[in-house]
Design a protein around this ligand. Structure first.
Ligand code: MSP
Length: 653
């Protein structure tokens, strides 16, 4: 790396290893990859970091229900993330895991430094903790005095000895930083939320735990073997430990980060805790923290239990990686939420990519071949088409500002304005008539105009669609690199004489959506059905005062399962701990109060009906991931089972 050049450091959040990667994760990573590729093209020393966040109670619990050690489980999922990014050609320079030895050393060093500075003290913590979000809440923040305001899961009261970080001391310095650095948090609306939050007052932050041990231990000098670090402290430090902080510091010259990309849900950690930690460490603060919105699916939040998670690999395999990348960046303004629909992806691919971009290349190949034996010269371009070329240059001159402001959709919109100049020029100048009239030089100038526009656009689109733009460059016989970027974009020069090569169609038309999905809800039909149901209810006057519609019933996912193992829960008269196969990747652990009615032998190998989308609950310290259906009257309890054996996982309706 050339240390004389501008340093650019781009990060994604590190992904929790208790989830499968979905388009939300792919979104953050694709944006970061686009920024990193663009930065390299401009010649900057670029370092792009991604990785996985592997400590904490949530991950230890996920491993436990799978009968794996936390490390085995973390490695398995971390590898899945890395493989996905490798398959997507994500150009990360380092993939960090918080279980890496170097990372742990760096985090301990940071803890020690903050402690020695007097920013960390020991106290007692009592609060409501949500394991799923790894976050403490005050009682006032809870929903119904019990549930996590972020994810809705039950919280538990935790009282433990804890180390605290004096976050309250940093209020004024944080506010000053926000004020003096207009764009430190992007988009602006999100920055205002943060500023208001900090103005509301900050409480000191509990940064160590004693209730579990899957985490980085405190530095040895503190002699506190029972404490592990709070996962968010551990996780945020990855941005510096990845550069060698606390160890060889080899790449610390890349610090501070140019941009930390994050989803809006984790902005608070990055925009408040992280800068405060850095101030305590006397390190410079990141230049930008950019928060993007959330992707939903047909208007709903994606979740495994709803079964509506969009698999990025499936989408990219079906529609093409470059089309997927383009769609993600173009469809939704950065910072806003977006809804994923295949129809929208198909329309964008056909119209923006197929019609505007792909067809322009076809026209270059067609006209240059038909009229000029595939040879294109820019000699007369400015004589006949200076107006269009200058218009294009004016747009391109300012376009990178959008990248700096994270307005990536506008960046793409402007590139498309340049393509429109080319497409319009063809229609206006009718080169086929020019050829008929013997004005070959004018026709050549037109072909040169659109060839040059195509070359310039493909250079600036390369970070978004690396594969297709390389194909375009191949067709126009040039290469996309820093040299051509400098020449054609910065210096506004024109292509030397080029020979056009034919390449296959860039974006063949897609006639219908390519992936099978649940049928989209027809809202008008659904409304009509609701009305009809209301009327039927009136007429039927059933003996139930709590009637629900069929849609409500279908919110419950009922499935046929088979009991694989039954274990007694010591200290409980009622509970059995069971492993129940629902035809998923792994069996579910289900705790059920049926010990008084069945022996373990009677249960193993029998089929049962399971409520499969219940929020997991903790019973006697163990997780239960579903509920068996049963009927109980004065004669006792019996399980509800399919009358005949059915395939495991069959939906019950
Ligand atoms: N491990 C923490 C981050 C620590 S960084 C020091 C974490 N991990 S996560 O896996 O839950 O989320 C990682 C990123 O994915 C977040 O930026 C989050 O916003 C993003 N997304 C998760 N679901 C998403 C959507 N449905 N849509 C868009 N992005 C979302 O948080």
């Amino acid at each position: 790396m050339n240390k004389e050049c501008k340093n650019v450091y781009i990060t994604t959040p590190i992904y929790y290893v208790n989830d499968v990667a979905h388009i939300g994760h792919a979104y953050t990573t694709i944006i970061a990859d686009m920024l990193a590729r663009h930065s390299r093209l401009t010649g900057a020393n670029t370092f792009f970091l991604t990785g996985t966040d592997e400590h904490g109670q949530k991950i230890a619990q996920s491993a436990e229900v799978r009968n794996k050690t936390p490390m085995e489980y973390a490695t398995e999922v971390s590898d899945k993330f890395r493989n996905l990014w490798d398959g997507f050609d994500i150009t990360y320079d380092k993939f960090i895991r918080t279980t890496d030895e170097d990372h742990k050393i760096g985090v301990q060093k940071a803890f020690e430094t903050m402690y020695n500075k007097g920013d960390i003290y020991k106290g007692d913590y009592e609060g409501f903790y949500c394991v799923s979000c790894e976050t403490f809440f005050t009682q006032a923040q809870l929903i119904d005095e019990q549930f996590c305001p972020d994810c809705g899961k039950p919280t538990s009261i935790v009282k433990e000895e804890s180390y605290f970080f004096k976050l309250s001391d940093y209020e004024d310095r944080l506010l000053k930083w926000y004020e003096e650095n207009e764009d430190c948090i992007l988009p602006r609306a999100k920055k205002n939320e943060i500023v208001n939050f900090v103005k509301g007052g900050l409480r000191d932050l509990s940064i160590s735990r004693t209730s579990f041990d899957w985490g980085v231990k405190l530095p040895e000098s503190l002699n506190e073997p029972k404490h592990v670090m709070y996962v968010w402290l551990d996780a945020l430090m990855n941005y510096i430990t990845a550069l060698g902080y606390g160890k060889d510091e080899e790449n610390m010259f890349q610090w501070p980060a140019s941009v930390h990309l994050v989803g809006k849900d984790i902005l608070r950690f990055h925009a408040i805790y992280w800068p405060a930690f850095l101030m305590s460490l006397d390190l410079p603060l990141p230049k930008h923290i950019a928060a993007h919105g959330w992707w939903t699916r047909d208007g709903e939040k994606m979740s495994k239990s709803k079964g509506n998670v969009v698999d990025p690999k499936e989408v990219a395999d079906a529609y093409g990686l470059d089309a997927f990348r383009y769609f993600m960046l173009r469809e939704v303004p950065f910072g806003q939420d977006g809804d994923f629909s295949q129809k929208a992806l198909m329309d964008r691919t056909n119209s923006d990519l197929g019609n505007d971009l792909g067809n322009l290349l076809n026209r270059i190949m067609g006209m240059s071949g038909k009229y000029f034996d595939f040879k294109v010269s820019s000699v007369d371009l400015m004589k006949f088409h200076s107006k269009e070329m200058n218009q294009a240059h004016d747009i391109l001159e300012n376009i990178e500002e959008y990248i700096h402001k994270m307005q990536l959709n506008r960046y793409l919109e402007d590139l498309w304005k340049v393509l429109t100049i080319a497409n319009k020029a063809i229609n206006d100048s009718e080169p086929w008539n020019k050829m008929k009239d013997g004005k070959d030089d004018e026709a050549m100038a037109l072909v040169a105009l659109i060839t040059n526009i195509m070359a310039k656009v493909s250079i600036l689109l390369n970070s978004v669609m690396p594969e297709k733009t390389s194909k375009i460059a191949e067709s126009l016989s040039f290469e996309i690199n820093n040299e051509t970027y400098t020449k054609l974009i910065l210096n506004k020069e024109l292509l030397d004489d080029v020979v056009i090569t034919k390449v296959e169609q860039l974006f063949p038309r897609i006639e219908e959506v390519l992936l099978e999905t649940a049928p989209e809800v027809d809202r008008t039909k659904a409304e009509a059905e609701k009305k009809e149901v209301k009327e039927v209810i009136k007429i039927a006057s059933l003996e139930e005062d709590n009637l629900i519609t069929i849609d409500k019933f279908f919110e419950t996912s009922l499935k046929v399962g088979i009991i694989l193992e039954v274990e007694e829960v010591k200290k409980s008269k009622k509970l059995y701990k069971m492993q129940v196969d629902l035809g998923e990747e792994r069996p579910r652990q289900i705790l059920a109060g049926i010990k008084e009615y069945y022996t373990a032998e009677e249960l193993v190998g029998t089929q049962v009906c399971v409520v499969a989308n219940l929020k997991p609950a903790k019973l006697m310290g163990m997780i239960s991931e579903g509920m068996l259906m049963a009927a109980k009257d004065e004669n006792g309890l019996c399980l509800i089972r399919p009358e005949k054996t059915r395939a495991i996982g069959t939906k019950i309706s």
